[in-house]
Structures are given as structure tokens and as C-alpha cells.
Write a protein that binds this ligand. Structure first.
Ligand code: DGY
Length: 434
């Protein structure tokens, strides 16, 4: 796979910006995105550690005084992205960064486990530990923000208030929520659909909802309290919370390695214990045999199966018995031999759309987590299939943003969708092949 790795490194290097971060994808995503940065740093760690460090340092430099880390950092003024800095208005929040314009929402908290990955990959452990020591408290403060501001029931499960915080932007799971919201019909000019086929992106009506929630948050200067009270979207997401749990674990390990941080370790262990317990009691659906989302606003579970349902394997959350049930669900619903693993949404559902963003296509970051998770629980063959499917999808189509899971779709026409030369597809392939 030498050529694939070479191409992947070239993509990352070309998407790297002189100001110290990497574009997720040229044109389509012209700024820094939180979870993209995390995955990108893992890729760089294999061949250019200074860039990996810089990526994370730039991200953490944009942290707010309350520990919050935004989902997009607008390093430049380009108007080729909508909605941009002038729409999001992070300056409305009294504790937002004075240095960077950003959004007022976040994304899955990957930073903790990314630091651990970088440490594991590094050949100069001492140097890496010194680096981690200089940054780790910012990640700790970020976790404190989550547990203090976003866990309204004090149950160890944090909410997201916007679908863009989930990372799985237009998942069919959100359809149930949009059905409860009467968003205004806004007049705006999208830019994503001038870079990418509109049928592969969220709809106009969905964008109305996305903007509507931001308008509510802005009206209250991004106050967490007000958002928790008023946002029509308030969800406990298993992918998001699994990332937090995974990152807690990494912070505990790293603090122990650094030493002299007993208080922080104790605090993290406390959060972790509560999170694990609630995650397993509240977000597991016995009948479906996997984890699901919980709609806090309407007080009900959202009983759908998506690739997020299996992400807890990566964070070591289920016991062995549950893991077996989850693998069974995954293979029954998503694992048909005529499909590549792993579709982002239940291929047997009426809401499945194999070409549209998070409504069905395979995403490399979820595959990377599932590969790790399955291997960790001893499902070597299925883990290997996820890896080989990932390689095949990229080999056939290129380093796209997402891919059709149906094998029959790959042939005459390309079945990689969204942006091309997509950074995290490159970064995580490098990691899988290393
Ligand atoms: C987009 O613009 O589609 C991004 O995913 C938002 O985070």
C-alpha cells in the first residue's frame, strides 16, 4: 500500500496551512474543524510530529475561558463557506476567545484520546510527554466544562444542542426532532452546494433548522443555561459521550504518566464512573441490541441504529456480553456481504440513503473507531473486514469524504462522495496501515 500512503501524506501536507492547522478539505471546508483536527493529528504523528503538535496547539489556543472548544475556528475571512463567522458571532459570549472568531457550538471531544494516540505513535516519548504536559490541562478544563455546564441531570451524560455538534450532521435520527420544530424559512445562499452535488448534502429545510437553533442561542449570547432551557434540539448522543469517556480514560493514563496530578486523576475517575454507569443504563436498547440516542427535550429515546450505536466499543463501554449483542446487530443489519462496512445508518431502514452525507454512506473516522473497538473485544476477523473495506473504498474511489456502502454502486461511476482529498480519510488510513 506504499502508493496509498504516499498519496495520503501528500494530501495532509497540501491541506496544511502556514498558520498552523490543516483544512479538512480544500474549498468545501476552508477553516479548522475540531474533530477533523484531532484525526488529522493522528495521521501527521506518523510522519511529521511537529505538525501534529501544532494542529492540536492551534485548536487548544482557540479555547474559551470557560473551557469550551469551538467546532469551527475561522482563521480567515473567506466568504466561500456558509454560515461563516459573521453569522455565528462567537463574540456574543462573554468568555469567548478574543483572538479567534469561531462558532458557538462544539464537536465530539476527541482531543484527550488524540494526545494518547500521539504519545503511542511517537518515537521520542520524553519529548511527547513534555508536549502533553504543556497542553493537557486545557483538555481537562474542557471536560470540566462538559460536566459542569452540559450535564443538566448530573448523570454523567452531556447534551449536545445542535446537530452540528454531533458530527453526524444530517443523520435520519434528527428527523424526529425536526418534526417537532417549526423553524422559519430563511433566505440564504449556501456555499456547500456550489462545491458538492446537492443530492449528497443536507436539504434546504434542514439548513433552516440548523440556522434556527443558532439564532436562539445567539439571542441569549450562547448562554449554556438558556440553551439548555430553550433549544428544540437537546440530545444525549452515544458517539459524543463515548468520545468523552474515551478521552477521560486517556487523560487519566497520561496524568498518571506525568505524575503529581492526583487531584485531577481523582476528578476524572469520578466523572468516568458516573458516565459509564449512566451510559450503560440509559443509552442501551436491549431490544435493538445496541446503544441509541436520547432526546432530552422531548424526554424519549430515539430508537434508531446508526454507526454511532457501535462507537462505544472503541471506548470500552459495553461488557463482553453486550459487545457480542452489538456485533450481532451490526452484522445482521450492516454486514451483508454485498455491503461495505460500515454504513452510517441502518441500511434496512426506510430513511437510509446511500449517497447522502450521514444518512447512509460509510465514513472513514467511524470505520477507524470500529476497527479499533472490534479488535479490542477480540473480533479479529470483523475488525479485519472493516480495515480491508476501508482500504478498498479508498483504493477504488480516492480519498473521498464518504462512500457508498453498496458494493454494486462501485464500478463504472465513482461512488465516493462529498469532498475529495479529504484530510481525515488520508490521516486515518495512514494510521490503519502503520
Ligand atoms: C458542514 O458545513 O457541513 C459542516 O459539517 C458543519 O460542521
Amino acid at each position: 500500500h506504499e502508493n496509498l500512503i504516499k498519496k495520503a501524506k501528500q494530501i495532509l501536507t497540501e491541506n496544511y496551512q502556514p498558520s498552523g492547522f490543516t483544512l479538512p478539505c480544500k474549498n468545501l471546508y476552508p477553516f479548522q474543524w475540531l474533530w477533523d483536527s484531532g484525526f488529522i493529528a493522528i495521521g501527521f504523528a506518523h510522519f511529521d510530529m511537529p505538525k501534529a503538535k501544532q494542529e492540536i496547539s492551534t485548536l487548544l489556543d482557540a479555547q474559551w475561558e470557560n473551557g469550551f472548544i469551538p467546532h469551527i475556528i475561522f482563521h480567515t475571512d473567506t466568504d466561500t463557506y456558509f454560515p461563516g463567522a459573521d453569522f455565528h458571532r462567537s463574540d456574543l459570549h462573554p468568555l469567548s476567545s478574543k483572538k479567534y472568531k469561531s462558532t458557538g457550538m462544539t464537536q465530539p471531544p476527541v482531543t484527550g484520546f488524540v494526545l494518547e494516540e500521539m504519545y503511542n505513535i511517537s518515537t521520542d516519548k520524553e519529548d511527547l510527554l513534555t508536549y502533553i504536559e504543556s497542553e493537557i490541562d486545557k483538555v481537562f478544563d474542557n471536560h470540566r466544562y462538559f460536566y459542569e455546564q452540559r450535564d443538566i441531570n448530573n448523570e454523567g451524560l452531556v447534551y449536545i444542542y445542535h446537530n452540528w455538534e454531533s458530527g453526524t450532521d444530517n443523520s435520519p435520527i434528527w428527523d424526529d426532532i425536526w418534526a417537532t420544530v417549526d423553524s422559519p424559512r430563511y433566505d440564504f445562499k449556501r456555499r456547500d452546494t456550489s462545491h458538492v452535488d446537492a443530492s449528497q448534502r443536507p436539504s434546504k429545510r434542514e439548513y433552516d433548522h440548523y440556522l434556527h437553533i443558532i439564532e436562539i442561542a445567539k439571542e441569549h449570547n450562547y448562554s449554556d443555561e438558556k440553551i439548555a432551557e430553550l433549544s428544540p434540539f437537546l440530545v444525549q448522543d452515544p458517539l459524543f459521550n463515548a468520545m468523552l469517556i474515551k478521552s477521560n480514560e486517556s487523560l487519566i493514563k497520561l496524568y498518571k504518566r506525568i505524575g503529581n496530578n492526583e487531584d485531577k486523576v481523582r476528578q476524572l475517575e469520578q466523572w468516568q464512573q458516573l458516565s459509564m454507569t449512566s451510559f450503560n443504563s440509559k443509552l442501551y436498547d436491549e431490544e435493538l441490541g445496541c446503544y441509541i440516542h436520547y432526546d432530552l427535550r422531548n424526554n424519549k429515546p430515539l430508537r434508531y441504529i446508526s454507526s454511532s450505536s457501535f462507537a462505544p466499543l472503541f471506548a470500552n463501554i459495553p461488557d463482553k456480553e453486550r459487545a457480542a449483542e452489538m456485533v450481532n446487530t451490526m452484522m445482521t443489519k450492516f454486514g451483508n456481504p454485498d455491503q461495505y462496512l460500515c454504513a452510517s445508518f441502518d441500511p434496512t431502514s426506510k430513511r437510509y440513503n446511500p449517497k447522502q452525507y450521514w444518512r447512509g454512506p460509510v465514513w472513514i473516522n467511524l470505520n477507524w473507531m470500529l476497527y479499533r473497538g472490534l479488535a479490542q473485544y477480540g473480533y479479529k476477523n470483523i475488525a479485519e473486514r472493516v480495515k480491508q473495506d476501508t482500504i478498498a473504498l479508498i483504493e477504488i474511489n480516492g480519498f473521498y469524504e464518504y462512500f457508498d456502502a453498496r458494493k454494486e454502486a462501485h464500478g463504472e461511476v465513482r461512488a465516493g462522495y462529498g469532498g475529495n482529498d479529504f484530510s481525515w480519510s488520508a490521516a486515518l488510513l495512514i494510521d490503519m496501515l502503520s
